[in-house]
Design a protein around this ligand. Structure first.
Ligand SMILES: Cc1cc2nc3c(=O)[nH]c(=O)nc-3n(C[C@H](O)[C@H](O)[C@H](O)COP(=O)(O)OP(=O)(O)OC[C@H]3O[C@@H](n4cnc5c(N)ncnc54)[C@H](O)[C@@H]3O)c2cc1C
Length: 483
C-alpha cells in the first residue's frame, strides 16, 4: 500500500520509519506509556487531490484512515486504534484567499489558528476562534472537534464562523459543503454543520471558508470575585441583558484561579489573592473602540458590585491570568521533557452544565474526585454561546499516567462526571468530542438518535475506514455499565 501511495502523491509525503510512526501514536489524552498503537504509515498531503488519492487507495485495501492536526486533542481522537494510515493535515497550511470586502478567508484546513491569525494580521483582520492550544492546534480540528474559543461569548463556537468546507468523504469523493460567501441560507441540508464534531469519522476536512473580523481597537480585562459560581453566572447574564458586549468570560474556582496565576506566584514570590469568602472568580474582557470599551467596563463593574462581586484591583494578577492563558506558561501545561515524565499531568472531565447548577456541579466534582482517590486541580467555566451563558466546564484533576491504576480511576471519574452532566441536562463532552474516550458511550446521551448517527456514518464511510474506534466505539477506557 505504501508503494501505491508514494506513486500517487510523491515519495516525499509518505513516511514508514518507526521513529516517525511513533510520534503519531499519542495525543494529549491520558493513557499509560505502555498503551501504544503505531500507524502502518503516515502521509503528509499538501492538497485535496492528495487526500482523495490516499483515501481511494485506503478503500481498496480496507485500511483505517486517521486524520490528525496538532495532536493536542485530549480524547484520543487522532490516535490510531488499528494501525492504518495517519493523514497529517499540517502540510495543508496555505491561505488561499482573503476577501476583505466580504470579510471571509478561505484556507487549507491544516493551518494552525496562530498562523492563520499571523497571516490575517497583514490585512488588519482577525479570526477570533481562539483555543488556548492555538499555537499548535489546527482549523480542521477546530471544526472536527467543535472546539471552544476564549472569545466564545461574543463570537460563538466554530459554527458561527464556518461558511463552507471541502471534505474528502470516506469513499474518497471531494465535496464542498455549505454556502459561498454568506452564512445565511436555508437551501439543502446544512451538511457543513454535520462535519462539526465529526472527529474524522465521516471524512477529512481539507479546506474551509470562514468569517473574519476587523481587529478590535481596544480591550478591557477585569477579574471579579463572587460569593458563588451561580452568582458570577447571574452577573454575566445581567451584563448581556444590559447590552454590554463581553468578549470573553471564564468563571473559575479558587483552585483553578491559583493555577492560572501560577506565574504571578513565581514572579512576585506570593500567591495571587482573592478574598477569603470568594467561591468563584469571574475573568472577563470587553473589546471595541476605546471610549465604548471604557464606558462598558465601568457599567459592567457597577453590575458586578450590585450582585455582590468584588473587583480584584491588583493589575499584575489580572494581567498574569490574561497573558498566561495565551502563552500557557503555567504548570502543569508547560512541562517539557524530562519533567513531563516525572510529574503528574493535567486531566479533565470537560462537560457542559446548565448555568443554574454550577454550584451543585462543583460540589459533585469534589465528591467524585475524592471517591476516585484523585487530586483536585480546579474548575473553569468557559462561556461559549454568543450573548448567553452556555457553559463548557473543565473539571480538572492531576493524573500520573505512569500509574495504570490511577489512569483507570481517572476514567472512572470522567465517566461519573459525564453521567452526572447528562442527568442535570448538560452534555458529557463540551469541546473534545467523544474520541476514543467516549466512543459508543455517547449513546448514554443520545438514546435512539444514536442509531441515526450510525446510518449517517455508513452513508459517508461505507467501508467503515474513517477513524475506527472513535465516536461509535467500543469505548476504550470508560466502562459501559453504570455505577
Ligand atoms: C494545552 C492545551 C490547551 C487546550 N486548550 C483548548 C481550548 O482552549 N479549547 C479547546 O476547544 N480545546 C483545547 N484543547 C484541546 C485541543 O487543542 C482541541 O481539541 C483542538 O481542536 C485539537 O486540535 P489539533 O489540531 O491538535 O487536533 P488533533 O488532536 O490532531 O485531532 C483532534 C480530532 O480532530 C480530527 N481531525 C483533525 N484534523 C482533521 C481534519 N482536517 N478533518 C477531519 N478530522 C480532523 C482527528 O481525527 C481527531 O479526532 C487544548 C489542548 C491542550 C493540550
Amino acid at each position: 500500500m505504501a508503494k501505491e501511495i508514494e506513486e500517487a502523491i510523491g515519495v516525499d509525503k509518505v513516511f514508514t520509519e518507526p521513529f516517525v510512526r511513533i510520534c503519531y501514536s499519542r495525543d494529549w489524552s491520558v493513557r499509560p506509556a505502555s498503551d501504544v498503537c503505531l500507524p502502518d504509515l503516515v502521509v503528509r498531503p499538501t492538497s485535496t487531490d492528495d487526500v482523495v488519492n490516499v483515501v481511494k487507495i485506503a478503500n481498496r485495501h480496507k485500511a483505517p484512515v486517521v486524520p490528525c492536526g496538532g495532536l493536542t486533542g485530549m480524547a484520543g481522537g487522532a490516535v490510531p486504534t488499528k494501525g492504518g494510515i495517519v493523514i497529517d493535515t499540517k502540510g495543508m497550511d496555505k491561505v488561499l484567499e482573503v476577501d476583505e470586502a466580504n470579510l471571509t478567508a478561505t484556507v487549507q484546513a491544516g493551518i494552525t489558528i496562530a498562523k492563520l491569525n499571523e497571516e490575517l494580521e497583514r490585512y488588519g483582520l482577525w479570526f477570533p476562534h481562539d483555543p488556548e492550544s492555538k499555537l499548535v492546534s489546527t482549523l480542521g480540528a477546530a471544526i472536527a472537534c467543535r472546539s471552544d474559543s476564549t472569545f466564545g461569548i461574543k463570537y460563538g463556537k466554530i459554527e458561527q464562523a464556518l461558511i463552507n468546507s471541502v471534505v474528502v468523504t470516506g469513499s474518497g469523493d471531494a465535496i464542498r459543503v455549505g454556502h459561498r460567501k454568506t452564512l445565511i441560507s436555508s437551501s439543502g441540508y446544512q451538511l457543513h454543520w454535520l462535519f462539526i464534531a465529526s472527529e474524522g469519522t465521516l471524512g477529512i476536512i481539507t479546506e474551509a471558508t470562514i468569517r473574519v473580523f476587523p481587529k478590535p481597537k481596544a480591550r478591557a480585562i477585569e477579574m471579579i470575585a463572587f460569593p458563588s459560581l451561580v452568582k458570577a453566572a447571574q452577573a454575566v447574564n445581567r451584563m448581556v441583558q444590559a447590552g454590554i458586549s463581553l468578549e470573553s468570560v471564564n468563571i473559575m474556582c479558587k483552585d483553578r484561579f491559583r493555577y492560572y496565576t501560577h506565574e504571578y506566584a513565581i514572579k512576585y514570590g506570593r500567591e495571587a489573592k482573592a478574598p477569603e469568602w470568594a467561591k468563584g472568580v469571574l475573568c472577563m474582557t470587553i473589546n471595541g473602540d476605546l471610549d465604548v470599551v471604557n464606558f462598558m467596563r465601568d457599567y459592567a463593574l457597577k453590575i458586578c458590585k450590585e450582585l455582590g462581586g468584588f473587583p480584584i484591583e491588583e493589575r499584575e494578577i489580572v494581567d498574569a491570568w490574561w497573558t498566561h492563558k495565551h502563552t500557557l506558561a503555567f504548570e502543569p501545561f508547560k512541562q517539557s521533557w524530562p519533567d513531563s515524565q516525572r510529574l503528574s499531568r493535567f486531566g479533565a472531565a470537560d462537560v457542559s452544565i446548565p448555568q443554574g447548577r454550577l454550584d451543585e456541579a462543583y460540589e459533585r466534582y469534589k465528591e467524585l474526585v475524592f471517591k476516585h482517590g484523585l487530586n483536585v486541580l480546579g474548575m473553569n467555566v468557559y462561556v461559549q454561546a454568543p450573548y448567553s451563558v452556555h457553559t463548557s466546564v473543565s473539571f480538572a484533576v492531576y493524573v500520573d499516567d505512569k500509574d495504570p491504576d490511577q489512569v483507570r480511576r481517572f476514567y472512572d471519574y470522567v465517566r461519573d462526571m459525564a453521567l452526572y452532566a447528562i442527568s442535570v441536562g448538560g452534555s458529557m463532552t463540551s469541546y473534545q468530542g467523544d474520541g476514543e474516550k467516549f466512543g459508543g458511550f455517547c449513546r448514554e446521551e443520545h438514546g435512539e438518535a444514536f442509531k441515526y448517527m450510525t446510518m449517517i456514518k455508513e452513508a459517508f464511510d461505507p467501508n467503515g475506514i474513517m477513524n475506527p474506534g472513535k465516536k461509535f466505539g467500543p469505548p476504550k477506557w470508560i466502562k459501559q455499565e453504570r455505577n
